[in-house]
Design a protein around this ligand. Structure first.
Ligand code: GLU
Length: 504
């Protein structure tokens, strides 16, 4: 029987989740669910200097908002907790010592001052200082010192770090599900610190130990971690543990130009790059994006289904997802496409759900007056105008005339449509409307058109000015639908008001 798929999203709580991190979480979720596996959240908070208050709550809330909750993690203890590394800190040292015992790691006593000097010396010669096989015997560590000297230093409580002993002259063959085989010459690797002088593990050690203990089968993470892959593989080998499979996701690139999408790009372009607001930065949620649209858009940022399909529910994404269809090259972030997804999802949402959100907006704008419009009315408005909207917040601009009579008329349109005989025609329309019993769109349309043919008038003489007085400008959906919605009394009232206002 093959082992159960287990993946983890392992953010460091150093701030809000950037859109790239959110996509990493999403791909982990999709892969887990596709394979009937578990999706874990592990908080990598061993670096206390970079810890940011509130970041963990933010991450949890963001995943929940997107509808991609984790199966195990902080607050949802499974069999492999705790899930915050700060709460696991006591277990890492033993693993670092195990590596020393196996001859795969060593104590290093070099002071930060002496290392700085080495760095500066190298820089002055235009070189980079690397601590590894080629110089470690000349530095202060348990490989260069005698056993006794080392023991003395340890007994005296001298500060030390534990470094990995990178092998010399080995050709590593690494494998990445997305990138295929990667060859690395171990001579270029440095002896990374695994355990720090403050008694905390570094990212590399804690990450490997936890992935092993938490039975992670696949590590899916951003491309920025690809340079760490060789060390991680070597660590698995050093412990004689089976390594998980790795998949490094492509970077998310700026809308224009070169480079990685940044917070600044969002600020400059006026689009969110965070799921939820964080300090001054507006999030997708607060900007009125639907979580379904964000998830749908993010899924196609670097992954493709191999078909023309663009709109996916989360369930459909789970069904179609595979790591093999993730691209190697960076995925350009297109804010317009992002909006388009929201527009598409807005059409898929039920009118009642949208009406509920829109009602809040109405009450804010109209105060008590907003309450004159019941849910049924607001729902009808939504169904009439949502087609052209990408956000609920655009509905007011698109349909304010369905809630209040126009306070002014578009001047250009007046100049073009309001002729000398228009008041007379409009007056006649008032008479016709007045006589209609059942004031629905089809009946009103039939009666008005009948009258136009009877009078042998052109539609152009009647319909555009009629729209102008009902809407205030030349926009909007089918005019008779609008009239049905606002009703007979209001339609007549608007025409009469316009006759007074426009016929000086
Ligand atoms: N803590 C790392 C991060 O912040 C995790 C990288 C990984 O997934 O291995 O992204």
């Amino acid at each position: 029987m093959s082992e159960k798929v287990r993946v983890r999203f392992a953010p460091s709580p150093t701030g809000p989740l950037h859109i790239g991190g959110l996509r990493t979480a999403l791909f982990n979720y999709l892969f887990a669910k596709k394979n009937g596996g578990d999706f874990l959240l592990r908080i990598e908070d061993t670096d206390q200097n970079r810890y940011v208050e509130g970041a963990e709550e933010y991450i949890v809330q963001a995943l929940n908002w997107c509808g991609i909750p984790f199966d195990e993690g902080p607050g949802k203890e499974g069999a492999y907790g705790p899930y915050r590394q700060s709460e696991r800190k006591n277990l890492y040292e033993a693993y670092a010592l195990e590596l020393i015992e196996k001859g795969k790691a060593y104590y290093a006593f070099d002071s930060s001052e002496s290392l700085d000097n080495h760095r500066k010396d190298h820089e002055a010669k235009g070189k980079t200082f690397i601590y590894n096989w080629h110089n470690r015997l000349k530095l202060v560590n348990s490989l260069s010192l005698s056993k006794e000297e080392v023991q003395q230093k340890l007994d005296a409580g001298d500060e030390y770090v534990i470094r990995f002993k990178s092998p010399e002259n080995e050709q590593l063959l690494l494998n990445d599900i997305i990138r295929g085989e990667i060859k690395i010459d171990t001579n270029i690797l440095d002896d990374k610190v695994l355990f720090k002088s403050d008694g905390m593990p570094t990212y590399h050690l804690a990450n490997i130990v936890d992935d092993h203990l938490m039975k992670i089968t696949h590590v899916i993470r951003g491309e920025e971690w690809l340079p760490s892959l060789a060390l991680h593989q070597l660590l698995y080998d050093a412990f004689a543990w089976k390594a998980p499979q790795f998949a490094h996701l492509p970077l998310i690139m700026k809308p224009v130009g070169k480079g990685k999408l940044s917070k600044r790009d969002g600020e400059k372009g006026g689009f969110p790059v965070f799921p939820l607001s964080w300090n001054e930065s507006q999030g997708y949620r607060e900007a009125g994006f639907f979580p379904e649209a964000v998830v749908n858009f993010l899924a196609l940022l670097g992954w493709n289904p191999g078909t023309e399909q663009e709109i996916f529910t989360l369930e459909e994404l789970v069904q179609s997802f595979s790591l093999e269809r993730v691209n190697k090259s960076g995925a350009r972030f297109d804010p317009e496409k992002n909006k388009w997804y929201n527009q598409q999802w807005m059409q898929l949402k039920s009118d009642t759900e949208l009406a509920e959100i829109f009602s809040k907006d109405l009450y804010e704008r109209l105060g008590e007056r907003g309450k004159n419009f019941n849910t049924d009315y607001v729902t009808k408005v939504v169904s009439l105008i949502k087609e052209r909207a990408s956000f609920v917040s655009e509905l007011w601009e698109l349909g304010n005339y369905l809630f209040e009579s126009p306070s002014s008329y578009d001047e250009k349109a007046v100049g073009k449509q309001w002729k000398e005989d228009t008041p007379e025609i409009m007056q006649a329309i008032v008479g016709i409307l007045d006589g209609i019993e059942l004031f629905d769109s089809a009946s009103v349309e039939a009666k008005v058109k009948e009258w136009i043919s009877e009078k042998e008038l052109s539609f152009g003489k009647v319909m555009p000015p009629l729209r102008l007085v009902i809407v205030g400008e030349m926009k909007g959906p089918h005019l008779f639908d609008i009239m049905e919605l606002i009703g007979k009394k209001e339609s007549i009232h608007r025409i009469k008001t316009a006759i007074l206002k426009l016929s000086n």
